[in-house]
Design a binder for this molecule. Sequence first.
Ligand code: 2HG
Ligand code: ZN
Length: 459
Amino acid sequence: MNILQQLNDIFTPERVLTDEDSLQNYGKDWTQVYTPDPLAIVFPTSTEEVQALVKMANEEGVALVPSGGRTGLCGGAVAMNKEIVVSFDRMNKILDFNSIDRSVVCQPGVITQQLQNFAEENNLFYPVDFGSSGSSQLGGNISTNAGGIKVVRYGLTRNWVLGLKVVTGAGEVLDLNHGLVKNATGYDFRHLFIGAEGTLGFITEATMRLTNIPKNLTVFVLGVTDIPALMQVFETFQNTIELSAFEFFSEDTLSLMVNDKGYARPFDTEAPYYALIEFEVDHESKEESALQAFEACAEEGWVVDGVMSQSLQQAKDLWRLREDISETISAYTPYKNDLSVNISKVPEYLDKVEQAVNQNYSEFKVLWYGHIGDGNLHLNILKPDSMEVSEFFEQCSKVNPDIFEVTKKMNGSVSAEHGIGIIKKNYLKYSRSKEEVELMASVKKIFDPKGIINPGKIF
Ligand code: 2HG
Ligand code: ZN
């Protein structure tokens, strides 16, 4: 029987799309640089259907690409070779909640914000957050071990996954960890699937942990003189108060947000860099401590100006300056890098990467922003209007070996939180040894012996 007929049998025809618009739309993510060419898009509604699909794909030797909110930036969910795209749009329900366990069982197509809202309705908090939380899906977050803006306090998605139900590439259904907090019974396969970018199998259910809602989140935006000063500010605040975010952006980035979005500057004084600091003020003394930290930083000459939010609305307005950057600059077709080093090495690292970029591309506009409090820097080079996209990307990628050589020497990562996908495949060797990559391939072979699940991604 031909493949489309078999898909119609498993899913019923209305959950199998083959029209050109759907193929183009579901065959890509936010990377935008690849031309999608999938065979079909299917919309499972249960683990059993996913299992039936995987069995059929093994028999027919056809590849499957898992697809969530398609907000990835590395091509991890792109289908370019007549694969079947498996969209989780119809597996978007919250199945169960337990207030004692503080756990919530979700289907993989649950939108991040849907989980955040559900937690809030139950007086709890799902702390993993980022700019695309309104569209990204939980299955994708888990598959990339998504980080975002609250990692300094809450860690990565991995910390919040209590259990997973998966269908492996071989078609087995595994129920991993059963939502347990403690489970010392050998290898924890749950953690292999987290961050695997969908190369081992499909996540069809996830049990997530929730926590207390933080009270009175308060935001500072401070103008700082340079990156070493920014790190001093980080240390000062970190020693004074528990931070829930410590982000940064450069003046070039801020002025773009002011010009393009019409957002107000946080204050009139211009500074080379800005820190956005968030913390909980559940007691008056905390506000006092934060203000003292600010004054200490100003006295040292690290900070030239600053503002503290006086209301929830003001805190939100300040956050927009950071959270809306990625979407705003997408109009300039930026060339992206998502880098990390140990937090203490950030000044030396940023300096060296900047030198490599400037040596080659002094005529391009380079924007720096990111989660500097966890060592994660986003480097975006903006395409000049006059240049073709392909020429621009080719030129930009030429500087990558220089950037990644520095990254390797400083034991950093060529992809801090966006994943490897297709776009960073050639650079994996700068962060992972030959032995590690070979072991990854062996692990994939165990879970996906015929190599049908998201082939060609990561390695
Ligand atoms: C962010 O932190 C996202 O805003 C996107 O990770 C980063 O656009 C980027 O390079
Ligand atoms: Zn980020």
